[in-house]
Design a protein around this ligand. Structure first.
Ligand SMILES: *[C@@H]1O[C@H](CO)[C@@H](O)[C@H](O)[C@H]1NC(C)=O
Ligand SMILES: *[C@@H]1O[C@H](CO)[C@@H](O)[C@H](O)[C@H]1NC(C)=O
Ligand SMILES: *[C@@H]1O[C@H](CO)[C@@H](O)[C@H](O)[C@H]1NC(C)=O
Ligand SMILES: *[C@@H]1O[C@H](CO)[C@@H](O)[C@H](O)[C@H]1NC(C)=O
Length: 401
């Protein structure tokens, strides 16, 4: 086939612009992930989440910046298949907004390739119920065909405990959480930071969509460099990162919570976190919520259990954030009944997803809006502007639970 010479010229120009030094600015790109429910271990869901909450609180209040967070495969875990090396080897990594080191090697061993460089530094991160230690490498990380990071600093575990069925973590929390984790290194830029500095994405932003867990496997979507307008409704409202520590070290915001006309939690700081399954509130707020709903603590699941009559009488739970109200409807306040057996519950019972953080309010991290909140609202983690965005979705008012 013959091209007119002008068309051939423009094809050549396209080819030249791709290899030129100017970074090619791209549109936001997405990566899908899978959510799995597995609370068949020795701890119940509420205990797992509380352990994470306490380790998030302590890692900062103890003053040791060792990146201590809990990210385990218990509860609900979100994983994506990520390529490392040239050609890429695929690894199944947990997606975690509450930690920021990316590492592999827990299950499948790391396969060094032509792009792998051992930095000679060591890495060590302890999590609430696990840890890993090993060597820090620089390698090419492929999130998707359009999201390739040529030089990403990654951990390679020689020893990992507390991770079953996954190869490591894709840490998408704030970069400061990597401080003190790698020898001779100040902080380790996250994959989002590196995509931004290389010009692959035009803003240092991550948008997250979770589809409601109607089945034990459900998918979600990460959008690097922006948001996916097909996944939310209305507009995104942004809230600055709170100035209150320790919530300020994470994706922390200020909010108050009201149940019907009852105040549950007055304005205070806490975090938005993909690594927490439930919606946790300080113990005094939890006690008010328990009284207001009439829920009874169920030993098997660690969750409040309500009767059908109490469910019919549930009132909206309003999260007042940055001048806007995000409402968990009665249906959004209960655990998906089709998944009761996955968390040690009884298939005919009704369990509430609001749970006890384990410490009273005033600690600087008084709530965690976890997966059960985030599957009803699109979330945006905006490093460039130090803010969190939230928007309604077509699932906000679902009655699928
Ligand atoms: C579920 O969790 C338990 C305990 O942590 C683990 O032994 C088991 O392999 C997990 N199952 C799946 C399917 O991941
Ligand atoms: C692996 O880590 C665990 C927990 O920190 C530790 O108890 C164990 O000694 C380590 N094993 C090796 C071989 O380093
Ligand atoms: C629940 O656990 C508590 C503390 O372990 C115990 O005292 C109580 O009897 C248990 N309740 C039921 C219904 O098993
Ligand atoms: C959800 O339902 C409430 C009450 O009917 C309504 O006010 C609100 O606008 C709905 N939200 C969305 C996102 O559809």
């Amino acid at each position: 086939m013959m091209f007119p010479s002008s068309a051939l010229l423009s094809l050549l120009l396209v080819a030249v612009s791709i290899v030129s030094a100017t970074p090619v600015r791209r549109e936001p790109a997405t990566l899908s992930f899978v959510a799995k429910v597995n609370a068949s271990g020795t701890s119940n869901l509420a205990e797992i989440d509380r352990a994470r909450a306490q380790s998030l609180l302590q890692s900062v209040t103890k003053g040791k910046r060792d990146g201590t967070v809990s990210a385990t495969t218990d509860g609900v875990s979100y994983t994506a298949s990520i390529g490392v090396g040239t050609p890429p080897t695929q690894y199944t990594l947990l997606i975690d907004t509450g930690s920021s080191n990316t590492w592999v090697g827990a299950a499948a061993k790391y396969t060094p390739t032509s792009s792998s460089k051992d930095t000679g530094n060591t890495v060590s991160v302890s999590y609430g119920s696990g840890s890993f230690s090993g060597k820090e490498y620089i390698d090419t990380v492929t999130l998707s065909s359009s999201l390739v990071i040529k030089s990403q600093s990654i951990g390679v575990a020689t020893n990992a405990t507390g991770f079953s069925g996954v190869d490591g973590i894709l840490g998408v929390g704030p970069v400061d959480l990597t401080s003190g984790t790698v020898s001779n290194t100040d902080t380790v830029p996250t994959v989002t930071d590196n995509l931004f500095s290389a010009g692959t994405i035009t803003s240092d932003v991550l948008g997250i969509f979770f589809s409601p867990a109607a089945a034990s496997d459900s998918t979600g979507e990460l959008t690097f460099g922006g948001t996916d307008s097909s996944k939310y409704t209305g507009s995104i409202n942004y809230i600055p990162i709170t100035s209150t520590s320790p919530a300020s070290e994470y994706w922390g915001i200020d909010q108050s919570i009201t149940y019907g006309s009852t105040s549950i939690l007055s304005s205070t700081s806490g975090i938005v976190d993909t690594g927490t399954t439930l919606t946790l509130i300080a113990s005094d707020a939890f006690s008010t919520y328990q009284t207001a709903t009439g829920g009874v603590m169920d030993n098997a699941t660690g969750l409040l259990k309500i009767t059908s009559a109490q469910y019919s009488a549930l009132k909206p739970l309003d999260f007042n954030i940055g001048g806007n109200t995000y409402t968990l409807s009665p249906n959004a306040q209960i655990w998906p009944r089709s998944l009761n057996s996955d968390i040690g519950g009884d298939s005919s019972s009704i369990y509430l997803i609001v749970s006890n953080l384990g410490t009273k309010s005033g600690g600087g991290l008084d709530f965690i809006n976890g997966y059960t909140f985030l599957q009803r609202f699109y979330s945006v983690f905006d490093t460039g502007n130090s803010r969190v965005g939230l928007a309604t979705t077509s699932h906000t008012n679902d009655s699928s639970n």
